[in-house]
Design a protein around this ligand. Structure first.
Ligand SMILES: [Zn+2]
Length: 216
Protein backbone atom coordinates (compact mmCIF):
# COMPACT_ATOMS: atom_id res chain seq x y z
CA UNK A 1 0.00 0.00 0.00
CA UNK A 2 1.50 3.37 -0.98
CA UNK A 3 1.46 6.20 1.52
CA UNK A 4 -0.74 9.25 1.16
CA UNK A 5 1.28 12.40 0.62
CA UNK A 6 1.96 14.43 3.76
CA UNK A 7 2.84 18.06 3.06
CA UNK A 8 5.99 19.54 4.52
CA UNK A 9 3.86 21.98 6.55
CA UNK A 10 1.81 19.17 8.12
CA UNK A 11 4.97 17.32 9.05
CA UNK A 12 6.67 20.40 10.46
CA UNK A 13 3.58 21.28 12.49
CA UNK A 14 3.49 17.80 14.02
CA UNK A 15 7.23 17.87 14.78
CA UNK A 16 6.90 21.33 16.37
CA UNK A 17 4.07 20.09 18.63
CA UNK A 18 6.06 17.02 19.64
CA UNK A 19 9.11 19.18 20.28
CA UNK A 20 7.14 21.45 22.61
CA UNK A 21 5.48 18.64 24.57
CA UNK A 22 8.75 16.71 24.81
CA UNK A 23 10.56 19.71 26.32
CA UNK A 24 7.76 20.32 28.83
CA UNK A 25 7.38 16.69 29.96
CA UNK A 26 11.14 16.33 30.17
CA UNK A 27 11.24 19.19 32.69
CA UNK A 28 8.77 17.19 34.79
CA UNK A 29 11.09 14.14 34.69
CA UNK A 30 8.49 12.13 32.81
CA UNK A 31 11.10 10.47 30.52
CA UNK A 32 13.37 8.66 32.99
CA UNK A 33 16.12 6.66 31.26
CA UNK A 34 14.94 7.47 27.67
CA UNK A 35 11.54 5.91 28.46
CA UNK A 36 8.23 7.24 27.16
CA UNK A 37 7.11 8.18 23.66
CA UNK A 38 4.93 10.79 22.01
CA UNK A 39 3.08 10.83 18.70
CA UNK A 40 0.87 13.14 16.66
CA UNK A 41 -1.19 11.94 13.70
CA UNK A 42 -0.85 13.69 10.32
CA UNK A 43 -2.99 13.66 7.18
CA UNK A 44 -6.17 11.74 6.46
CA UNK A 45 -7.43 8.92 8.63
CA UNK A 46 -9.14 5.64 7.97
CA UNK A 47 -8.68 2.65 10.32
CA UNK A 48 -6.82 0.87 7.50
CA UNK A 49 -4.55 3.75 6.47
CA UNK A 50 -2.99 6.60 8.43
CA UNK A 51 0.36 8.10 9.37
CA UNK A 52 1.79 9.69 12.47
CA UNK A 53 4.94 11.43 13.68
CA UNK A 54 6.59 9.70 16.66
CA UNK A 55 9.66 10.04 18.85
CA UNK A 56 12.63 8.01 17.65
CA UNK A 57 13.82 5.14 19.83
CA UNK A 58 16.56 5.38 22.44
CA UNK A 59 17.01 9.18 22.47
CA UNK A 60 17.59 11.23 25.58
CA UNK A 61 14.36 13.24 25.56
CA UNK A 62 15.85 16.07 27.59
CA UNK A 63 17.97 16.91 24.50
CA UNK A 64 16.62 18.49 21.33
CA UNK A 65 18.27 17.18 18.15
CA UNK A 66 17.40 17.20 14.41
CA UNK A 67 16.83 13.41 14.67
CA UNK A 68 14.16 13.28 17.36
CA UNK A 69 11.08 12.32 15.29
CA UNK A 70 10.07 10.29 12.26
CA UNK A 71 6.93 9.55 10.27
CA UNK A 72 5.46 6.04 10.36
CA UNK A 73 2.41 4.36 8.84
CA UNK A 74 -0.49 2.35 10.31
CA UNK A 75 1.75 -0.71 10.67
CA UNK A 76 4.44 1.23 12.53
CA UNK A 77 6.93 1.22 9.63
CA UNK A 78 8.76 4.40 8.58
CA UNK A 79 6.88 6.05 5.72
CA UNK A 80 9.93 7.99 4.50
CA UNK A 81 13.54 6.90 4.01
CA UNK A 82 15.32 7.23 7.38
CA UNK A 83 17.95 5.51 9.50
CA UNK A 84 15.94 6.37 12.65
CA UNK A 85 14.10 3.59 14.44
CA UNK A 86 10.57 4.11 15.68
CA UNK A 87 10.10 3.35 19.37
CA UNK A 88 9.49 -0.33 20.20
CA UNK A 89 6.08 0.67 21.52
CA UNK A 90 4.95 2.19 18.21
CA UNK A 91 2.62 -0.80 17.68
CA UNK A 92 0.59 0.29 20.70
CA UNK A 93 0.21 3.76 19.17
CA UNK A 94 -0.90 2.12 15.89
CA UNK A 95 -3.62 0.16 17.67
CA UNK A 96 -4.91 3.15 19.69
CA UNK A 97 -5.11 5.27 16.51
CA UNK A 98 -6.85 2.45 14.64
CA UNK A 99 -9.44 1.98 17.41
CA UNK A 100 -10.11 5.64 18.25
CA UNK A 101 -9.07 7.78 15.25
CA UNK A 102 -7.56 10.20 17.80
CA UNK A 103 -5.04 12.92 16.88
CA UNK A 104 -2.25 12.48 19.46
CA UNK A 105 -0.98 9.88 21.96
CA UNK A 106 1.40 10.54 24.83
CA UNK A 107 3.01 7.77 26.88
CA UNK A 108 5.01 8.26 30.08
CA UNK A 109 6.41 6.13 32.88
CA UNK A 110 6.01 7.69 36.33
CA UNK A 111 6.39 6.29 39.83
CA UNK A 112 2.74 7.07 40.62
CA UNK A 113 1.32 5.35 37.54
CA UNK A 114 3.60 2.33 38.13
CA UNK A 115 2.71 1.90 41.80
CA UNK A 116 -1.03 2.39 41.24
CA UNK A 117 -1.13 -0.07 38.33
CA UNK A 118 0.38 -2.75 40.55
CA UNK A 119 -1.73 -1.88 43.60
CA UNK A 120 -4.96 -2.41 41.59
CA UNK A 121 -3.69 -5.16 39.28
CA UNK A 122 -6.02 -7.79 40.82
CA UNK A 123 -9.08 -5.85 39.64
CA UNK A 124 -7.44 -4.86 36.30
CA UNK A 125 -8.54 -1.24 36.66
CA UNK A 126 -8.03 1.79 38.89
CA UNK A 127 -11.27 2.95 40.55
CA UNK A 128 -11.67 6.72 40.90
CA UNK A 129 -14.60 8.34 42.71
CA UNK A 130 -15.76 11.92 42.40
CA UNK A 131 -12.34 13.54 41.94
CA UNK A 132 -12.76 16.94 40.28
CA UNK A 133 -10.00 16.23 37.77
CA UNK A 134 -12.16 13.50 36.18
CA UNK A 135 -13.59 16.51 34.33
CA UNK A 136 -10.14 16.94 32.79
CA UNK A 137 -10.85 13.62 31.04
CA UNK A 138 -13.98 15.05 29.45
CA UNK A 139 -16.43 13.47 31.95
CA UNK A 140 -18.64 16.20 33.46
CA UNK A 141 -20.93 13.94 35.45
CA UNK A 142 -21.38 14.99 39.10
CA UNK A 143 -19.50 12.63 41.48
CA UNK A 144 -18.41 10.56 38.48
CA UNK A 145 -16.99 7.09 39.03
CA UNK A 146 -14.50 5.78 36.49
CA UNK A 147 -12.39 2.64 36.19
CA UNK A 148 -9.15 3.20 34.31
CA UNK A 149 -8.20 -0.09 32.60
CA UNK A 150 -4.86 -1.81 33.28
CA UNK A 151 -3.43 -4.38 30.84
CA UNK A 152 -0.53 -6.83 31.12
CA UNK A 153 2.99 -5.70 30.38
CA UNK A 154 5.09 -8.02 28.21
CA UNK A 155 8.61 -7.43 26.88
CA UNK A 156 7.26 -8.62 23.54
CA UNK A 157 5.14 -5.60 22.55
CA UNK A 158 2.92 -7.38 19.95
CA UNK A 159 1.61 -9.56 22.79
CA UNK A 160 0.25 -6.45 24.53
CA UNK A 161 -1.77 -5.27 21.51
CA UNK A 162 -4.71 -7.77 21.76
CA UNK A 163 -5.33 -6.70 25.37
CA UNK A 164 -5.42 -3.06 24.25
CA UNK A 165 -7.97 -4.04 21.58
CA UNK A 166 -10.08 -5.82 24.16
CA UNK A 167 -9.84 -3.41 27.10
CA UNK A 168 -9.72 0.08 25.56
CA UNK A 169 -12.79 2.06 26.61
CA UNK A 170 -14.03 4.80 24.35
CA UNK A 171 -15.20 7.01 27.22
CA UNK A 172 -11.82 6.91 29.02
CA UNK A 173 -8.96 8.46 27.02
CA UNK A 174 -6.21 6.38 28.57
CA UNK A 175 -5.01 2.86 29.33
CA UNK A 176 -2.36 1.67 31.78
CA UNK A 177 0.28 -1.02 31.37
CA UNK A 178 1.06 -2.92 34.57
CA UNK A 179 4.16 -1.52 36.35
CA UNK A 180 5.04 0.28 33.12
CA UNK A 181 3.11 3.47 32.41
CA UNK A 182 0.09 5.13 30.86
CA UNK A 183 -0.98 5.83 27.29
CA UNK A 184 -3.24 8.89 27.08
CA UNK A 185 -4.77 10.27 23.91
CA UNK A 186 -6.92 13.11 22.61
CA UNK A 187 -8.28 14.61 19.40
CA UNK A 188 -5.14 16.77 19.19
CA UNK A 189 -1.89 17.39 21.11
CA UNK A 190 -3.54 19.95 23.40
CA UNK A 191 -6.27 17.55 24.46
CA UNK A 192 -3.91 14.56 24.85
CA UNK A 193 -1.72 16.69 27.13
CA UNK A 194 -4.72 17.76 29.22
CA UNK A 195 -5.82 14.13 29.57
CA UNK A 196 -2.36 12.93 30.56
CA UNK A 197 -2.02 15.67 33.17
CA UNK A 198 -5.45 14.82 34.60
CA UNK A 199 -4.53 11.11 34.78
CA UNK A 200 -1.24 11.81 36.54
CA UNK A 201 -3.00 14.09 39.05
CA UNK A 202 -5.54 11.33 39.69
CA UNK A 203 -2.82 8.67 40.16
CA UNK A 204 -1.04 10.78 42.74
CA UNK A 205 -4.35 11.48 44.48
CA UNK A 206 -5.29 7.78 44.56
CA UNK A 207 -1.82 6.81 45.79
CA UNK A 208 -1.94 9.31 48.67
CA UNK A 209 -5.55 8.47 49.52
CA UNK A 210 -4.79 4.72 49.72
CA UNK A 211 -1.77 5.44 51.90
CA UNK A 212 -3.72 7.68 54.28
CA UNK A 213 -6.45 5.10 54.63
CA UNK A 214 -3.99 2.38 55.54
CA UNK A 215 -2.70 4.44 58.46
CA UNK A 216 -6.17 5.13 59.85
ZN1 LIG B 1 6.83 2.56 27.83
Amino acid sequence: MSHAVITLEEKQRAYAQLHEVKALFSQRNWFAGTSGNLSVRVGDFSPEQFQFAITASGKDKSQQTPEDFLLVDQSGKPSEPTSLKPSAETLIHCEIYRLTGCGAIFHVHTVFNNVISEWFWDRKSVPVDGVELIKGLGNWEEEAHIDIPIVSNFADIPRIVPEITERLQHDIPGIMLRKHGIYAWGKNAFEAKRHLEAFEFIFEYVYRWELLNRSR
